[in-house]
Design a protein around this ligand. Structure first.
Ligand code: SME
Length: 150
């Protein structure tokens, strides 16, 4: 199955799973689980904006850092810019925060509610150059399904 076909099927599944639930943390947990299982990424999860920091939310994968300042690392950069950041090689991204030495490439997609970034979806891959505009497009669509974000 191609990446597009996987996302197409997965999107329908995620839409169905989150449709009956309004709690954002519950929905983030299931979105992380479904994405992680489908693509076998090395880390898939959310950070939530709490005050002036990103705080670790629901995730699948190894233990991760719990707090990230705005503008720091790939996650804090996506938050500050309010846009998706795709990193082909994490070792070449200035300020990348290495939670796992297995991570080689990364994508971070902001979760936006009422024009404000309320969190980010962060995905790490064990392979270089895993993510492209197809991932960005689908993941931006997927995070829009998380209706209510604290
Ligand atoms: N690599 C991220 C930190 C979070 S972990 O990858 C789970 C960053 O640079 O912001």
């Amino acid at each position: 199955m191609s990446k597009e076909e996987k996302y197409d099927t997965l999107y329908a599944e995620i839409a169905s799973v989150v449709s009956g639930e309004t709690d954002a943390v519950a929905n983030m947990a299931n979105v992380a689980a479904l994405l992680h299982e489908c693509f076998q990424f090395c880390w898939t999860g959310f950070y939530r904006v709490v005050g002036d920091q990103l705080v670790l939310g629901p995730f699948q994968g190894p233990v991760a850092c719990t707090r990230i300042a705005k503008g720091r690392g790939v996650c804090g950069t996506a938050w500050a810019r309010g846009e998706t950041v795709v990193v082909d090689d994490v070792h070449l991204f200035p300020g990348h925060i290495a939670c796992s030495s297995a991570s080689r490439s990364e994508i971070v997609v902001p979760v936006i509610a009422n024009g404000q970034v309320t969190g980010v979806l962060d995905i790490d891959s064990q392979y270089l150059k895993t993510f492209d505009q197809t991932d960005a497009m689908w993941l931006e669509k997927i995070v829009k399904l998380i209706k209510c974000v604290p």
